[in-house]
Ligand binder design. Structure first.
Ligand SMILES: C[S@@+](CC[C@H](N)C(=O)[O-])C[C@H]1O[C@@H](n2cnc3c(N)ncnc32)[C@H](O)[C@@H]1O
Length: 364
């Protein structure tokens, strides 16, 4: 950010670790400049006059999903995050961004990785904090031996994890692997995408719900694209039927199972589809009361054309990348949409990444 003034950083790894690069920016400047990211993205798309809500703030120490990188260098294990614009792993001993229960695992994980023969040079450890404990997925660059698996089991027991997995293969399930995502109780697959913070997720959900058209009935249909494990689906189901599309088979299975558990299978249809290769067509979208989309970092790409060519008049776009949002919001403007509401969410505190929810309506 553009500030010359600085404040002391809260983390000892600041300046070396590639995460949280804005820790030394004074709060008022940080908040103003980050909100400006959304102002600029929408202005770039031609919506210079869009009304933008105050930014929803998310505190440090609340991140519940962390993907640590690991390297073995001359026998020693480095565990942490990549240095800025580098593949080097910065070995960390603390992470004030993460929930304390995640930060407390850093030391023990380093010891565990050191014992695993299947960890040769590089690997990663993804941690999701679920409702009843931590869910850990370890990715190695070599074959895990029986001894490695025993180390993982012992580690999970010692640390009281609900599950430990090798990639997407559970090695031990030791507790209830569930997460309430606003109405649906899901069992996320190992390493599942979750919104990084509970507060950020709640803010996104609230902005999406506030952006729905007013005249919904229980028969109305909402098309949800990039639905993941159903983070938004449960809340949407309270208002309308939902047709959910998602590219991960495992996430679809988790969402379907959660819908069965909640007794709402008659109101939601889940389809596993790669929306980059086979976007939902304008014909399939026809008659939907709204499209809610939460695409990956690069945006929705070819899916946008079908949305614009459809007769859908309300589009709620959840974005984690202001550049992709600027590009795709411009297409929506060219397709006849205006901005009804825009909410920035500081889902990635102390970084330059901004989450936002923008509600578009087709102009008469
Ligand atoms: C930002 S996440 C949002 C997930 C969900 N809405 C949530 O809030 O948890 C993006 C989702 O898009 C899915 N995805 C990525 N590429 C995709 C593709 N080409 N087709 C369909 N889904 C895709 C990912 O698996 C992920 O679940």
């Amino acid at each position: 950010m553009s500030s010359f003034e600085t404040v002391p950083a809260v983390c000892r790894h600041f300046g070396i670790c590639g995460g949280c690069t804005e820790q030394d920016v004074p709060a008022a400047i940080y908040q103003a400049e980050k909100r400006q990211t959304l102002v600029d993205a929408l202005a770039q798309a031609g919506f210079g006059d869009a009304a933008i809500a105050p930014m929803v703030m998310v505190p440090m120490g609340t991140r519940r999903r962390v993907d640590f990188a690991a390297m073995r260098v001359a026998g020693a294990v480095r565990l942490g995050f990549h240095a800025a614009r580098s593949r080097e792993v910065v070995d960390i001993v603390e992470c004030p961004l993460a929930m304390p229960s995640i930060a407390a695992l850093i030391g023990p994980l380093r010891v565990l990785l050191g014992r695993l023969g299947g960890f040769r040079k590089s690997g990663s450890v993804l941690i999701n904090v679920l409702d009843h404990g931590l869910d850990v997925s370890v990715v190695l660059d070599g074959e895990a031996s029986a001894a490695d698996r025993s180390w993982l089991v012992a580690f999970a027991r010692e640390q009281g994890l609900v599950r430990i997995s090798l990639g997407d293969e559970p090695v031990l399930v030791a507790g209830a692997v569930t997460l309430d995502v606003g109405g649906l109780v899901v069992t996320p697959p190992p390493g599942a995408f979750l919104q990084p913070t509970v507060a950020g997720e709640a803010a996104i959900r609230a902005a999406v719900m506030a952006g729905l058209p007013g005249k919904l009935t229980r028969k109305s249909r909402i098309v949800e694209l990039y639905a993941g494990v159903g983070t938004l689906t449960g809340a949407l189901l309270a208002q309308a039927r939902v047709q959910a599309f998602e590219g991960s088979k495992a996430a679809c299975a988790a969402l379907e199972a959660a819908a069965r558990l909640a007794g709402v299978t008659g109101r939601v249809v889940v389809e596993n589809r790669d929306l980059a290769r086979r976007p939902v067509t304008a014909k399939e979208l026809a008659g939907a009361a709204a499209v809610v989309l939460d695409p990956p970092f690069d945006g929705a790409g070819p899916q946008m054309r079908a949305i614009i060519e459809s007769n859908v008049s309300r589009v709620i776009y959840v974005s984690c990348n202001a550049e992709a949002l600027a590009r795709e919001a411009k297409w929506l403007r060219q397709g006849g949409f205006g901005v009804v509401a825009a909410t920035p969410v500081d889902q990635f505190p102390a970084s330059r990444h901004l989450e936002s929810v923008v509600v578009f309506a087709r102009q008469a």
